[in-house]
Design a protein around this ligand. Structure first.
Ligand code: BGN
Length: 292
């Protein structure tokens, strides 16, 4: 257990956690996407959650200390559904967690890599955690036995191999998009995400290249457990097609670029413009710079 610098090593959980969890996780969950959720009601239901979207179990040591980073843009309705869905699950899993929602000032193309990197660095400065989960805002977990933690120091876990949109099958072997968990140590080891992907898609495929470059890959839960419903929305064609060739070239060079492009140069592009400790999440807004 010595090599795991996690809060509680798998062998030393307090029985209370183990016991309680077994009885409180419910397995398969019903997903009601169409219900409109009232924000006040949501706050009332989550009164144990501290300002900034922080929660820690009070009856036993946390199984892991986790930051969940959720980037979004113009998707408040998705975000509210996300919060309503995940707060209870994470509490049942007996994790110490914080929800970090991150947005960009720019109204044009999305740069998810920069948002992830910049949010991670802000979290390192302000909070204590061992494990970070990069989470799409449109992904809702269908089975709460899928644990939101990192139990392997060097092997990240791709938590979302089975998504309804892909008929619950992994569309291709190197996919790590959707929901990805890795230790803080490992995220630094791969120098974070690339800062160079604009628009929809690719930054996750580049992450695979980084993991391979440092001699690791991912593991995944069984597809009966790693199941997700994706909230339906349209990807704007412009986002998908913008500089597609450029992104393909980037992907071909992941292996040689990763050590120069990522956490270590994100500060050249990104500036924090706003921080707010909302009742159910910490909110960061970044100026992510201009696209080429
Ligand atoms: C792929 C995307 C991924 C996305 C998956 C699943 C690209 C590469 C362009 C150069 N990759 O096609 O980012 O997670 O689909 O939706 O677009």
């Amino acid at each position: 257990a010595g090599q795991f610098n996690l809060t509680v090593s798998p062998r030393t959980y307090q029985p209370c956690c183990k016991f309680r969890n077994r009885f409180r996780s419910v397995g398969h969950l019903k997903i009601n996407i169409n219900k409109s959720i009232d924000l006040d009601e949501l706050r009332k239901r989550n009164q144990g959650v501290k300002k900034g979207g922080f929660w820690t179990p009070h009856d036993c040591p946390p199984r892991s200390r986790v930051i969940i980073i959720v980037p979004h843009r113009n998707r408040w309705s998705h975000l509210i559904q996300w919060l309503a869905h995940y707060h209870p699950i994470l509490q049942r899993q007996k994790l110490e967690y914080r929800i970090v929602v991150t947005e960009q000032v720019q109204r044009n193309l999305f740069n998810k890599g920069r948002l992830y990197n910049a949010a991670f660095l802000e979290c390192e400065r302000a909070f204590d955690f061992d494990c970070v989960i990069f989470h799409d805002v449109d992904m809702l977990l269908e089975n709460d036995h899928n644990m939101y933690w990192c139990y392997n120091m060097t092997r990240p876990r791709h938590l979302s191999p089975a998504v309804d949109k892909f008929r619950y099958q992994l569309p291709y072997h190197i996919l790590v998009g959707g929901v990805l968990a890795m230790t803080r140590h490992m995220f630094k080891r791969v120098n974070g995400f690339s800062n160079q992907f604009w628009g929809w898609g690719g930054e996750d495929d580049d992450m695979w290249g980084r993991l391979v470059a440092v001699n690791t890959t991912v593991d995944r839960p069984h597809p009966t457990i790693g199941r997700y419903t994706m909230i339906k929305h349209r990807t704007r064609k412009g986002e998908r097609n913008f500089m597609l060739t450029y992104r393909l070239v980037l992907l071909a060079t992941s292996g040689s670029r990763w050590s120069r492009d990522g956490l270590n140069d994100v500060r050249d592009y990104c500036k924090l413009t706003q921080v707010a400790h909302e009742p159910l999440f910490t909110h960061f807004v970044f100026d992510v710079g201009n696209q080429p």
